[in-house]
Design a protein around this ligand. Structure first.
Ligand SMILES: [Zn+2]
Length: 692
């Protein structure tokens, strides 16, 4: 919520501020009244020094103050001053005692010091103040006219103060009553009866109660509000040091988390976001702390870990699998039986070993496979929709046996070890139907499955660290992407899976997901493994995104990584599987578009969504998008608008490929011209743009 503080805002600025906020955001706006408070008026030069022992005139606020005149407002307070009253200004900076009242009101300075304009004033004994000032009345009228639905009542002392405001604003406006005086504290139970929410202003409250009591009073107010199921918010000094510094202190972080642990429903920033140097940093720090609190305390999250050292989402199954071994002597491995595996199976070994498929540690055996096929879950109940199999080639060269360790080779070199636990056969047509929903050999996943033998090996794998030396540029392991996000101070990260160069529909999806879900950054993670002939090559996809990130994307909000994997064309299973992989890479959110991982017309567009509904919570939040098009009438990207189909311009990877192949630039609404030019340039240079 945005708060407009009437103690620091002129009446005539209110409408302008409201319009300004509304032009950027639909976050609710709250008017914070002056209420029953006394403040100093305007002082010459902003502040003046009052000397101990001197006499000063106490005047009404339109008069400008100086070393001999102290203006106070509201004006009504002067009529109530009595000889002997003590006046404390700006948290005991200066203490005056009233020595004369009447037409001229005078006081002596008991304790001198420097005071500022518009500073809080306390009078002892307390004088009676009306609950709302004349400025409050006028501001409330303006705000009601502009449809403001939240009002904060400052310095509420009695139930009747809240009732007075209720009479003015009606039942539709939420009244947030601020507890910041001793009387308000005493009448808390009464106030709770009639207000919609409570705000503890620790700043002003601390002028009336000993500082050391404040933490206990805070707990007591929160408990009372919680008991009555009333929202309760806490204000003042939460990130005070960030007014000038870019990071909070440890004590501030403790205070914020402990305040949330006390049971506060919300936190209020004031100076931090109004006059501080880092307003955005403060808002994002508060969000980080709230997210952390929610993750650690929410008992509904099964992977709860109170002593987590990372702010990122926990890997799937609870921990990141790491099965990379180093120091293996080639000689000792030479004697092992060998199995040459294809490039795609090698990629699976690699991804298993670096934890991208956590909690999977090897190739699946029959029991695990049946469980995955039947219910998209591992036998222990962990969601896992994708069979990860080591299928033997058609011609067998060795009779593999359980408990045997074999060396996995690719292109003649040993890269990994497989500890065989099981050898089994499976009817391939049956498997295809259970896995892909079809045994049609036009389906590329089915075709690959049926082209090899019906024998499978199961068991854990270890990858030799040598293999990681031949990784592609931009490739990242889950441990590396997590380290990167931590370094960026991200917590909520959107994962984006793609097989296409950067076009405007995907750019729209990425930035919309980022802002709609209040994420800290996006992890653009294109598939750079083997593809179909005619597809964009991994390197051109990476180049196009590198160009976007350098030139167009919000600073420090996008990281690009290559995902060395391949399409299995398994439709909804694959959407879910690619999401779980990104969870392991540290993403809290994942974008699934309409044609995410499908092929042909084997899967209905909402199949992924329906599958997600049946498997339940998987930790990572899936963001579903319908097909995005450019509407010529709206002049923007959307997946739904009122205009007819004739105004909808489709954006597809297929069309991008065709046009660019002809050496033509795509329209700006389809692809940024600089991206088109970059791709055409690469084509001209003979670089690999399309897979042969
Ligand atoms: Zn439209």
């Amino acid at each position: 919520m945005f708060r407009i503080n009437l103690s620091h805002t002129k009446l005539e600025q209110i409408e302008e501020y409201i319009n300004l906020i509304r032009s950027y955001s639909d976050i609710p706006i709250c008017l914070d009244t002056q209420g029953a408070q006394v403040r100093t008026g305007t002082l010459m030069g902003g502040h003046v020094n009052l000397e101990s022992g001197k006499m000063v005139d106490i005047v009404t606020s339109p008069v400008q103050g100086n070393t001999t005149k102290v203006p106070l407002y509201p004006d009504s307070v002067l009529q109530q001053l009595m000889v002997g009253n003590l006046i404390s200004i700006d948290f005991d900076t200066v203490l005056l005692q009233v020595v004369e009242t009447g037409p001229t009101c005078r006081g002596r300075v008991l304790s001198g010091g420097k005071i500022g304009s518009n500073k809080a004033v306390s009078i002892f004994p307390l004088v009676h103040m009306p609950p709302l000032t004349s400025i409050d009345y006028a501001a409330i009228e303006t705000c009601l006219r502009l449809g403001i639905r939240h009002m904060a009542l400052s310095f509420a002392n009695h139930r009747s103060d809240v009732e007075l405001l209720r009479g003015l604003v009606g039942e539709d406006v939420e009244i947030i009553t601020k507890i910041e005086s001793r009387i308000g504290l005493r009448n808390l139970a009464d106030i709770i009866d009639v207000t919609d929410a409570i705000l503890i202003d620790r700043g002003d409250l601390s002028r009336e109660i000993p500082l050391e009591s404040l933490p206990f009073v805070q707990k007591q107010i929160i408990q009372s509000a919680n008991k009555s199921k009333l929202p309760v918010y806490v204000a003042t000094n939460l990130l005070e040091s960030m007014v000038s510094s870019s990071q909070p202190t440890r004590a501030e972080v403790n205070d914020v988390i402990n305040t949330l642990l006390d049971g506060a429903d919300g936190l209020v920033l004031a100076a931090e976001t109004s006059i501080g140097k880092h307003p955005v940093g403060c808002a994002s720090m508060i969000r980080t702390l709230i997210n952390q609190y929610e993750r650690q305390v929410d008992l509904s999250i099964p992977e709860r870990n109170l002593f987590s050292t990372s702010r990122l989402i926990t890997p799937h199954g609870g921990r990141l699998i790491g099965r990379v071994i180093s120091g293996c002597e080639d000689q000792s491995l030479k004697g092992l039986p060998q199995l040459d595996i294809d490039k795609r199976t090698m990629m699976d070994v690699h991804q298993i070993a670096v934890g991208a498929f956590s909690p999977i540690e090897g190739f699946m055996g029959r029991e695990v496979l049946e469980s995955v096929l039947a219910g998209n879950k591992l036998p222990d109940g962990t969601v896992f929709p994708m069979p990860i199999l080591l299928q033997l080639p058609a011609e067998k060269t060795h009779n593999y046996r359980p408990h045997e360790t074999i060396a996995l080779t690719n292109a003649g070199k040993i890269w990994a070890l497989l500890y065989i636990e099981e050898c089994f056969t499976y009817n391939l047509k049956d498997l295809a139907i259970k896995w892909f929903g079809t045994d049609d050999t036009d389906h590329p996943g089915v075709l690959r499955l049926l082209s090899r033998s019906n024998c499978f090996l199961a068991g854990k794998v270890d990858l030799l660290s040598e293999y990681l030396k031949c990784c592609q540029p931009y490739e990242m392991t889950p441990a590396q992407s997590r380290l990167t996000f931590e370094h960026c101070q991200w917590q909520k990260v959107v994962g984006f899976h793609t097989r296409n160069v950067a076009h405007r529909a995907h750019e729209y999806l990425q930035l919309t997901a980022l802002s709609d879900h209040h994420c800290d950054g996006i992890f653009i993670h294109p598939v750079i493994g083997p593809k179909k002939t005619g597809d964009f090559s991994g390197s051109i996809i990476l180049k196009s995104y590198q160009h976007l990130i350098e030139n167009y994307y919000p600073f420090n909000q996008a990281v690009l990584g290559g995902f060395m994997s391949y399409s299995r064309y398994a439709g909804p299973r694959e959407a879910l599987f690619t999401a779980l992989c990104r969870k392991n890479y540290g993403c809290s959110h994942f974008v699934v578009g309409r044609d995410h991982t499908g092929v042909g017309s084997y899967y209905s567009p909402d199949a992924s969504q329906r599958l997600l509904e049946t498997v339940g919570d998987i930790g990572i939040q899936i963001i579903f998008f319908d097909e995005v098009y450019y509407c010529q009438k709206c002049m923007s990207y959307t997946s739904k608008c009122e205009h007819g189909k004739e105004f909808n311009q489709k954006i597809s990877g297929t069309q991008a490929r065709e046009t660019l192949r002809q050496g033509k630039i795509l329209p700006e609404w389809f692809m940024r011209e600089s991206v088109s030019r970059l791709i055409l340039e690469e084509l001209k240079n003979g670089s690999e743009v399309f897979v042969d």
